[in-house]
Design a protein around this ligand. Structure first.
Ligand code: HXC
Length: 288
């Protein structure tokens, strides 16, 4: 279902800030990641979205291409982030057809509610493979392009330039807040997201000198996502929303706006950080 502009980004950003930039996004046809990509396309970027479902990925890509005249959007389905070779081929195709990979969003994830007793060894491993190995494979497949873009856009001196050289060589891993406190029935995904947070920190330190920034965006409860729908019975929804510190849950636009900030010139000195976009949900008792 196409989103209206106000549903995927706020009105504060300047058109064209991502002209000639390319974003590569796993899970790009999903509820949260597709909003992130939509905002970047609106602001000038071309995009390659990666998914497992061919029909869904290609149809979301076709619809995204209508966001801005001239936008180029490739949808590559049948890619399982657990398979490095799939991702490597997708990254090569993206760079060949769109010219570069300046931004990466590692968004593909797998989750379900299950107690530790219910979780089979294979169930736990499946989530590790999709979330941790999938994020690592995404990083590994796109790193040569990120380093190339980071090198081009690196600011070598501390002197502020009136017209910054632009932005590139940036990765965002989409994480969660579940593991900050401990969450029943979510041991598997909590372990995985803690690992992803750690991976991002390593990338920031190891690849900062080559102009690459790496950050985590951690969504809280976001309306209309599979995560929230699964965790929250419908008869508890109204009371849940009322109990939140800001009296609302998040929208995908909140996550897209955070992404635009981190990929923009305004975010150029932010790396190795976690941007929690959750209305302070995790700090309250009974968060998420
Ligand atoms: C217990 C389960 C289970 C469940 C699957 N398994 N669902 N165990 N409870 N509800 C077990 C299976 O029995 C199997 O173990 C193992 O997990 C692998 O299952 P498969 O179906 O073979 O795996 P696969 O087809 O690869 O599917 C992966 C998946 C699936 C994670 C299970 O749900 C998926 O692909 N999801 C992608 C979309 C998704 O979940 N998005 C939500 C992201 S939300 P055995 O032992 O039988 O072989 C998110 C946000 C987190 O991540 C924050 C929330 C607030």
């Amino acid at each position: 279902m196409p989103l209206a502009k106000h549903e995927y980004m706020s009105d504060v950003w300047k058109d064209g800030i991502f002209n000639n930039k390319v974003v590569f996004c796993t899970g790009g046809a999903g509820t949260i990641c597709s909003a992130q990509v939509r905002a970047l396309i609106h602001l000038g970027a071309n995009a390659c979205i990666i998914g497992r479902n061919v029909e869904k990925t290609e149809s979301v890509a076709r619809e995204m291409a209508t966001i801005r005249p001239g936008a180029k959007v490739i949808g590559i389905g049948a890619v399982d982030v657990r398979k490095f070779d799939d991702l490597k081929a997708a990254a090569e195709r993206c760079a060949k057809e769109l010219g570069s990979i300046d931004f990466v969003i590692a968004g593909a994830a797998g989750n379900f509610l299950a107690s530790i007793e219910q979780l089979s060894i294979n169930a736990f491993k499946t989530v590790m493979d999709i979330d941790i190995m999938g994020s690592y494979n995404t990083l590994k497949a796109t790193l040569p392009y990120l380093v190339e873009s980071g090198g081009k856009h690196r600011v070598d001196s501390g002197t502020l330039q009136p017209s910054p050289a632009g932005t590139g060589g940036r990765i965002i891993f989409v994480s969660a807040t579940l593991h900050y406190r401990g969450m029943p029935f979510q041991a598997h995904v909590s372990v995985a997201k803690a690992g992803i947070d750690s991976l991002s920190n390593s990338v920031a330190i190891e690849y900062g000198p080559r102009g690459v920034t790496s950050n985590i965006v951690s969504p809280g409860p976001i309306a209309q996502t599979e995560g929230l729908e699964r965790l929250l019975p419908s008869d508890a929804k109204a009371a849940y929303i009322k109990s939140q510190p800001l009296g609302r849950v998040g929208h995908v636009r909140d996550i897209a706006d955070a992404t635009v900030y981190l990929f923009s010139d305004s975010g150029s000195y932010v790396t190795g950080q976690t941007l929690v976009v959750d209305g302070s949900n995790w700090r309250m008792s009974g968060g998420i």
